[in-house]
Design a protein around this ligand. Sequence first.
Ligand code: SF4
Length: 348
Amino acid sequence: MSDLDSARPEIGIKALSREQISRLIEELGEPRYRAEQIVRWLYARGASRYEEMTDIPAGLRERLAGQLPLFTPALAALQVSALDGTRKYLWRLADGTTVESVGLPTADRLTVCFSTQAGCAMGCGFCATGAGGLTRNLYPGEMVDQVRLVGEDFGRRVTNAVAMGQGEPFANYDASLEGLRLMNSPSGLGIGARHLTVSTCGIVDGIRRLAKEPEQFTLAVSLHSAVQETRDRLMPGVRRFGLTQLRAALIDYASRTGRRPSLEYALIAGVNDSDAQLAALAQFCTGLLCHVNLIAANPVEGLGISRAEESRVSAFARELTARGIECTVRAERGADIDAACGQLRQRL
Ligand code: SF4
């Protein structure tokens, strides 16, 4: 059974996958193509009421409205960064649950960082979301709506979306994949699969499953340390998957897909920024098709995390490059509104 089969009725039609909408349409005795029309209305056109779906027969619209309410997340709060125009959104969902998304504009791109769960059970030591625990899994339409509504707010087409907001996408695998598929579909948001990234803290089963999916979604893994003991402390939720197992899954992913996963590494002063940590990271990456993204960790109030010196970030970048390992130092975005990685909470 897919985790989508237990969709909650009060969430309405946004809880359903395309397949579930098709099945429902068939059960109602309607032709299958109606399902695609409905998906287009929901996501490509952003209908907020069934009445707007003018090419759907009125009788069907009424039956759907009676069975499956159509909700659009409501904006509960918005913060705009004075530094770089990054916007952080707090959405209220159909059942009152709140989640965050972030819009990151540049001259030629609009990237949306969306949440796959409200809260998170993984408990990463550097993360404000993890500190609050898990409220619930999100449904596919709730993920697509975050991306769609951020695009609407900016008045621009969303070029990239990353499942890097609240939650661990592989702890909600089926719904996250369906969300990405709807974002990719021309009846959904029409974003190219390679511009859709799923980011995991290292759930090995999920990486192995993703490697077998037909779409070319991009994979990012939060590594943060290649020393087992440090990683276990920083990311207790993935303790059961050792670094050897993780590395083997990444090799398998790269060889099956021919794609290069990114490894995220946030440098925390005195925790994972030493020369010994750098040597372990270099060793982990040697012989692995990957791209390392380095960033100085974002301080999170109450978690005792302090940012590594810029000189350490540069030392890591220099050494990895010298060893032929692809890496980029990432610019921090939205730090003045706590919108950077690890800083999202379920309130603004
Ligand atoms: Fe969850 Fe990601 Fe935060 Fe870890 S970093 S606790 S996986 S939201």
